[in-house]
Design a protein around this ligand. Structure first.
Ligand code: ARG
Length: 562
């Protein structure tokens, strides 16, 4: 469709000159693809020209139409309201299909640029639960999309491994656990004693002072505290890595908050030198009232550093190390204020890269009307959700296709796919209330439906064997609708990249599956002969390629057979 667009832009520009105007720059980018295909293949919204031409949009559409010659691939034009619509001829659909090669949708808009993305980043000593699902799968998908657009990407898992909660864990460990117990039961044991700490501290608040002082000792490099902390971190990381491996998610860096302890004094000094630091009841803060925000807390009364301080130090390090073009953070919307505050502080510090920091928030997940929180024990473990989904996929396969060779790994792919797709198919900012029913639903607009459609295309191609090239083509309405749908892929990828919105890809996949299945039901394929067969199989192959690339982007597995 790119050629068609270029030709159309050229023809419009000639028409404008013929009508006595000067053709504006960037005409190419003004075109849109009509959402309703009865409006053609390409549309020029003429209101975009009405300011420069000083004419109402319908008059512009009519004038261009009168003065425009024809060009290769054009069947006809039609002026509707303020739009000039372009209809391509059959052969140009074949040309469109020709363009859908292996790399279709990839771009180089990010070439030479670096995109740093901080995602998943769990707090150590807590098990992976549903609350971590959003940041993990959204972050991974956004990273894949950026890579697909040519960016050099750096994925950082910024473990929450340095904060007052670690003081609590150290105290709890000393009192109620041992190295052996932790080695044996892993993070579950760490969580057990953390919950216990919460209960005990309610009865005896002095435990909280003890925890604060344990964290302070940790910050001062106390050997015993450091050893316990190292154990908590090692055990946690070992378990997290299993989950990431299962999901096929890789990080370039595992630098947690602790890495920045020695980089914070420089930040605090810089803030002080720049006159940004104020004392407030013994604590050091940056006043943000002018910007309608509460102050950013930099140092506590006892001199301990805080979450924002570490984020500022880490961002400085990221810029010095990677000279990023964008540095993104994926967390729940609950942290939006935190990011707005410290982003503002870096701006006040005069950091030129401050404008390149992006927060990618997503809606919170609740269960049974309550917030998920490991502190209170209202959690659903991610591995339980995955296991349930995989078991269900297994029993469906068992029932419908017992002969399938690799039932286990297919069930794993489909089960995880259901959960991942479920988390990515809605606009990311929407709050979600988790129900087992919808997480385990394989019908309708779900991951398994997409994977199943992909497998259907794969199976058709396997059965077809060699199918050669079509010399001529006369596609019917279902074929045209599918080609047009597939042609949207590059634009959808670019939009998902610009808006950090994997749901655009999910939506695109569902629309593609709908078009493909309609085509599949209405058109015979394998029983055809000659050009028709070759053309239709080529269309199946393009669908498979593009759905496959989309699955890759969302971090789901391609299922060649279900
Ligand atoms: N560890 C934090 C949490 O679990 C998320 C960290 C997000 N990244 C950051 N640079 N602050 O809520």
């Amino acid at each position: 469709m790119d050629d068609f667009r270029k030709n159309a832009a050229e023809a419009v520009s000639q028409a404008l000159i013929r009508a006595g105007h000067t053709a504006p720059d960037g005409l190419d980018a003004m075109f849109e693809i009509p959402s309703d295909s009865s409006n053609g293949d390409l549309a020029l919204p003429c209101f975009r020209l009405s300011k420069t031409l000083r004419m109402p949009p319908p008059a512009i559409a009519a004038e261009i139409r009168e003065n425009m010659g024809t060009f290769t691939g054009l069947a006809k034009t039609k002026a509707v309201g303020g739009y000039l619509n372009f209809f391509a001829e059959g052969a140009s659909y074949a040309a469109m299909l020709d363009m859908m090669t292996e790399d279709f949708g990839k771009s180089d808009i990010g070439s030479g640029k670096t995109f740093v993305i901080d995602f998943s980043s769990p707090n150590i000593a807590k098990r992976f639960h549903l609350g971590h699902l959003g940041t993990t799968v959204i972050g991974n998908a956004v990273r894949n999309i950026y890579r697909f657009c040519g960016y050099n990407t750096v994925a950082i898992n910024y473990l929450g491994d340095w904060g007052t909660q670690n003081g609590k864990q150290i105290v709890a460990f000393r009192r109620w656990s041992s190295r052996e117990q932790v080695e044996r039961d892993g993070v579950a044991e760490l969580e057990r004693i953390y919950v216990l700490f919460g209960k005990e501290a309610e009865k005896d608040p002095s435990l909280n002072d003890e925890a604060r002082s344990a964290f302070h000792s940790l910050e001062c490099g106390d050997k015993e505290c450091l050893e316990i902390w190292q154990l908590l971190r090692d055990v946690s990381l070992r378990e997290y890595k299993k989950t990431y491996e299962r999901l096929g998610i890789e990080f370039d860096l595992w630098d947690g908050e602790s890495k920045y302890t020695d980089k914070m004094p420089a930040v605090v000094d810089e803030l002080r030198e720049k006159g940004l630091l104020n004392l407030d009841d013994g604590a050091s803060i940056v006043d943000l009232s002018e910007f309608g925000m509460p102050p950013a807390l930099i140092l506590k009364r006892d001199g301990s550093t805080l979450y924002p301080t570490r984020d500022i130090a880490a961002a400085c390090w990221r810029y010095d190390t990677y000279k990023f073009d964008k540095c993104a953070y994926v967390t729940s919307a609950g942290q939006s204020l935190h990011f707005a505050q410290w982003f503002k502080v870096t701006e006040l510090m005069g950091k030129p890269w401050s404008k390149d920091l992006v927060h990618i928030p997503y809606g919170t997940m609740s269960f049974g009307g309550e917030k998920l929180a490991s502190r209170t024990g209202n959690i659903i473990l991610l591995c339980d959700v995955f296991d349930e989904a995989v078991n269900k996929a297994y029993s469906i396969i068992e029932e419908k296709n017992a002969e399938l060779e690799d039932k286990k790994s297919t069930a794993e792919a489909v089960g995880l796919g259901a959960v991942i797709f479920g988390a990515l198919s809605n606009s990311r900012i929407k709050d979600v209330s988790f129900t087992w029913e919808s997480a385990l639903s394989f019908e309708g607009n779900t991951g398994p439906y997409v994977q199943y459609t992909y497998a259907r295309a794969a199976s058709l191609l396997r059965k077809a064997g060699e199918y050669g090239e079509a010399d001529s083509a006369d596609p019917g309405p279902d074929e045209i609708a599918l080609i047009k749908q597939l042609a949207l892929f590059p634009d959808r990828v670019k939009a998902a990249c610009a808006d950090f919105e994997p749901s655009y890809i999910a939506r695109f996949m569902l629309d593609t599956c709908a078009c493909f299945n309609k085509f599949y039901h209405n058109c015979t394929i394998l029983r055809e002969t000659g050009d028709v067969r070759a053309f239709r199989l080529k269309l199946v192959a393009a669908t498979k390629r593009i759905l496959g690339a989309s699955l890759d982007l969302l971090g789901m597995r391609r299922t060649e057979e279900i």
